[in-house]
Design a protein around this ligand. Structure first.
Ligand code: GLA
Length: 383
């Protein structure tokens, strides 16, 4: 990808870049919608990455060429209050805006980006984009931003620039990802607690439902609001409770009658997910992939029934997984409301599994699902 990026930069801007950076997409393995409840998540960065080559220009303009979309954007950085067009340019513009809010001065630049992270699927192509640009700017302007703060800057782009109240998971995983490992992250202390690896007898297969999930238009923010109102009601009666992170499923069930049915089910998903994450880490250490995979199925069922962030298409993919030889578990991954499912599959059945699920899903949805075998990859880098 780098040689293509460098030659494209030379061709488009007639010079060499001064910074090259790249950042991966991520997979949420377990811990759905727990991040903004200050809970725990098991995730990984993936091999699919977004790369950027950049050069300072000394003016107030960002000229960005996206190789994948074959589209160019020119953004006036002296006025970031107006609507940015094309829309994808909001990501780099948002990064500049978040840096300036922190009194970090950055000016104009030329950039070429390229990416093989699937778009709008639930693999965090936007976090990869924000993080790659941020790391590129750090190199261009010799900035030393602590990695957790870099994740907050990317999150700020989503929260403040795009109006989406997402948590820190995507940018955090893109930055802290470790090759060949899952990371267990704590979103209260905002740190990686430990890395865990998975036995090599099974693989992670991403099966994209091909339903674009668009979180801005989705119910993401309302899910978050329900979690927060449930937490507030529980906090009023239990002084140790600040967020759903502090609530066990047992405590939640004992207080069911002070919550609305909706609040109860949303919260039940979150407390269950936090518990499944910790169980998963213990199971991985014991090489118990069967029980680990069962947690994926349990997680999906909770998404379907409690959090209601699944779709008929995603449910179909999970239903199919239950019938296929070699299946150890499957679930939706990421925000939900479309996008990808992840499947844990025994290696010797992987080819057949992939073929069978693609064919059955095609018959159901009249669209061929994109299937990607994913490996945990390294986090963001400045080259
Ligand atoms: C999206 C958000 C994350 C997280 C997941 C669900 O990816 O960006 O912050 O909330 O959904 O776990």
């Amino acid at each position: 990808m780098y040689s293509k990026l460098l030659s494209a930069f030379a061709e488009i801007f007639g010079s060499r870049p001064e910074a090259v950076a790249s950042a991966p997409g991520r997979l949420e393995i377990l811990g759905n919608h727990t991040d903004y409840n200050e809970g725990v998540v098991l995730s990984c960065a993936v091999d699919q990455r977004t790369s950027v080559a950049m050069r300072k220009t000394g003016n107030e303009q960002a000229v960005i060429y996206d190789l994948r979309a074959q589209s160019q954007a020119v953004v006036d950085l002296s006025d970031l209050s107006c609507r940015i067009r094309p829309k994808w340019a909001s990501y780099p513009a948002g990064v500049v805006s978040e840096l300036r809010k922190r009194n970090i001065k950055v000016g104009g630049f030329e950039a070429v980006i390229d990416s093989n992270v699937p778009l709008s699927a639930g693999m965090s192509s936007s976090a990869a984009f924000e993080t790659a640009v941020l790391f590129g700017l750090q190199k261009l302007y010799s900035l030393e931003i602590p990695p957790a703060e870099s994740a907050r800057i990317g999150q700020g782009v989503e929260n403040n620039f795009l109006g989406l109240k997402t948590g820190l998971l995507d940018q955090f995983s893109s930055i802290f990802g470790v090759k060949d490992s899952f990371i267990l992250s704590d979103f209260r202390t905002v740190e990686v607690l430990e890395t865990v690896s998975m036995q090599s007898t099974a693989s992670i297969l991403v099966v994209n439902s091909m339903e674009k999930h668009n979180l801005v238009d989705s119910e993401y923010n309302s899910r978050r609001a329900a979690c927060e109102s449930a937490a507030a009601k529980l906090a009023a009666r239990h002084k140790e409770v600040r967020t759903l992170r502090d609530v066990s499923t047992e405590l939640l069930k004992s207080e069911k009658n002070i919550l609305s049915d909706e609040e109860f089910r949303r919260a039940l998903h979150v407390t269950g997910e936090c518990e499944r994450v910790m169980q998963a880490v213990a199971l991985l250490k014991n090489n118990d992939l069967r029980a680990f995979g069962q947690l994926w199925w349990d997680s999906h069922e909770s998404s379907r029934v409690n959090f209601e962030n699944s779709t008929p298409a995603l449910d179909k993919l999970i239903e199919l997984s239950h019938q296929l030889p070699g299946a150890l578990g499957a679930r939706l991954s990421g925000g939900g409301f479309g996008g990808i499912s992840i499947h844990l599959v025994e290696n010797d059945k992987l080819d057949d599994y992939q073929q069978a699920i693609a064919q059955s899903y095609q018959e159901f949805a009249r669209v061929t699902p994109e299937c990607i075998i994913c490996h945990p990859g390294a986090g963001a880098q400045i080259m």
